[in-house]
Design a protein around this ligand. Structure first.
Ligand code: ADP
Ligand code: MG
Length: 263
């Protein structure tokens, strides 16, 4: 079996250069990566190393400059049209004038699902993120963590196999984040999704992932890819085990190696 046949995302020599008034910005430089079905892949690296850009290329929100990328074996353009992914943004990005159920319904309306089907999917996804009973609330009536769960429900509602998440818990305090990390792992196991997850946090990346992609800036490139050896069953206490700390150490080394001390 070739790697790209089983790959949900496959990148080869992927480059993306932004043309700016200050000259070219090499956001992605020769990125090689395979995300397999059912993987939980975290992207970690300092601000500006191209994490968001990579997700946006997968989602067809940015075009590559050169190299190859496929999503479910298709071009990003075809994958977008086939609704191959759900996208969770850095901020919850919910419409404040719509209730939680109406926020989740919006992409479903655009995709032409009828009212019965919409109601069914809204109920299912709110259940998945433990927000059943909150459908009539407005976003501002929910805590930050609950809002972020609602935006995950929205991304799950049309049941794409691939979930792209850009620092979804970055703005939340550590206790809420721990709780959401646990919930996200359970959700991932229950739904068999493939997840690409951007984070700044080493413990979060190690706790969640089957694979950790360490990136460095200027130009944005991959400095290490770590296959996790942790068991799939992960109580929060696993973060104190030697195996966990060993992987965290390797991530930290990768980040250090990619860091330029000239700045
Ligand atoms: P990250 O998400 O890792 O913080 P980004 O992917 O957002 O990094 O950005 C990578 C680099 O590309 C940064 O130097 C950023 O300033 C630059 N960049 C991102 N988007 C644009 C854009 N639309 N136009 C020009 N430069 C951009
Ligand atoms: Mg970003």
């Amino acid at each position: 079996m070739t790697s790209s046949a089983s790959s949900v995302v496959s990148a080869r020599n992927l480059c993306l250069t932004y043309d700016t008034n200050d000259g070219p910005v090499h956001a992605l430089s020769n990125v090689d990566l395979d995300v397999r079905k059912g993987d939980f892949v975290s992207f970690i690296g300092p601000s500006g190393c191209g994490k968001t850009t990579f997700l946006r290329v997968i989602a067809d929100l940015e075009r590559k400059t050169s190299g190859d990328i496929t999503v479910n074996g298709m071009t990003p353009d075809e994958a977008r049209k086939a609704r191959a992914y759900g996208y969770v943004f850095q901020a919850a990005a919910l419409y404040p004038w719509r209730t939680i159920e109406k926020n989740i319904a919006l992409p479903l309306e655009i995709m032409g699902y009828d009212k019965t089907e919409r109601a069914k999917r809204i109920a299912q996804t709110l259940e998945l993120v433990n927000l059943a009973g909150f459908e009539k609330k407005f976003p501002w009536q929910l805590s930050g963590g609950m809002q972020q769960r609602a935006s995950i429900a929205r991304a799950l509602a049309f049941d794409a196999d691939l979930l792209l998440m850009d620092e979804p818990f970055g703005a939340l305090d550590e206790i809420v984040r721990d709780h959401l990390n646990e919930q996200l792992l359970k959700l991932w196991k229950r739904t068999n999704k493939t997840i690409c997850f951007v984070t700044h946090s080493i413990p979060e990346a190690v706790y969640l992932s089957t694979k950790i992609v360490v990136m460095s800036p200027r130009p944005g490139r991959v400095t290490d890819i770590i296959e996790s050896t942790l068991p799939t069953e992960r109580p929060l206490g696993i973060r104190e085990t030697p195996e966990f700390l060993e992987i965290a150490h390797r991530v930290r080394e990768g980040l250090r190696a990619g860091h330029s001390y000239e700045e």
